[in-house]
Design a protein. Sequence first.
Length: 490
Amino acid sequence: MTTGKGSKKKKLPEVIDEFVLGAENEFTIDDILLYVHKEYKSSSRNTTKNVVKELVNHPHIFTFGNDNRFLKRSKFFHHVKFRVKPMKSEIDQGVLVTGHRLIPFSNPLTPPFECTLVDNEKAAFQKKKITILFEDAIIYYTLYGLTGMMILIHEDDEENQKLDLSTIDKQPLKLTALDFSDFYRKNSFREGDTLIFTVLDWYKSHYLVEYSSSDDLSKEFSDIRRWCNFLDDALNEVFDEYGPVMPADEQLAQAFFLGSPFLRQFHGMHIGGYLEKSNRAAITPLGAETILWRKDDDGDIFAGITSMLDEKMHTGASDDLDTIFQDIGIDMNEEVMIAYMRDELFRGEKSLKAIKERLFANRELSFYDKHQKQAFNSMVRNVWQREKRNYNRVVDQKVGKLRAEVIAINDHILAWLRSLDQRLVMPEELPGSEMMEFSRLSQSISIMLEAMNDPIELDSDIIKTFAEEINLLNEIMKHHIDSIEAYLDN
């Protein structure tokens, strides 16, 4: 990297993305640290820790070998074939709605309606808008869950942002579909026939589409059954390894990575068909989210999640703020705290006490011991001093008001959670799946606030998208609070 006059230092996520994009083969933590130390001009302990944190959660790579070895997903899925089965209504209309059908063979950061499909002659299928009732569209987004579906359909068309959540099932919405009318006609396509997709470019969600007749399914019956058994085994391994805390798209991606190579060597059955026939895995709603879980498990999934989280708490760990928050059982992270600090400064105030009041009022911070408490307070003061010293009001004007809206949603959630404590509502009295959704909602808020903590990197399109998603997050929050309150009333 050359650093000339006027150029700015690259940010750590940028440097990591550059390395990952250019990596041809699997790599180790040492490989990327060498690159980061050269390009990022830092070799501190914190840099190493942050690199590991970025890699473990990076959506473009698989992690293995005790979190020390990595492989690009684009390489793993390159030229992998998978099957898609159009519905009769799609065949009749001459369209294909991609929806969740590209899971797990697509970049999770690329919405399904932005994919590119080409035929054997490299001609791209054209996109068109279709109108469909919300209740009829759900089948195309099941693996995303209600929250994921709402976010995607809002991004797909501005008209969908006017939907009323209270009467949403019967409301029409607009979806991007692919025009398959010529393809269906040329191949005399009928119900039961399928499409074979080949991954040409995982990053860009670019696929080749070929025709497969229903007769092919009969000829391939033995291989399909073998493929389904391998996927059963792989998903069971994912359930054992990660528990029920991973969204369905990531569960499937990990299953293909951990499972038999045959899962990639043969195009198998379409995922929806597999889940219908599997005796071991099933789609399981978790609040407004969707996960896959064992079909024969009648236990309380939420209890299992709580147990897994409890195992990671109360160890006295104090490496950094995020570690302490997790250890004391507070759903918070450093980036959210920084956003509150920026909001304090944006409003012209400079009170760390006021920030702590907003974040932790009536929330008991049960530290493991005095050493962990001292480490926490010291870290918070250091972050606050740094934020005051580096705050740039001119730059922050770009996102200040928008960030305040997101924080207002978060404040509403915190206030409601405190009201449960004041009413002496015990955790076991709450619907587990709905409470898990609050955790998911908090994750979405955290991601948005983290992005706003770096306003220079945000262009006008991203800011516009945030503005649209804020309204959606607010509606989802109110919907879930109303649902939980109704549950408690009964």
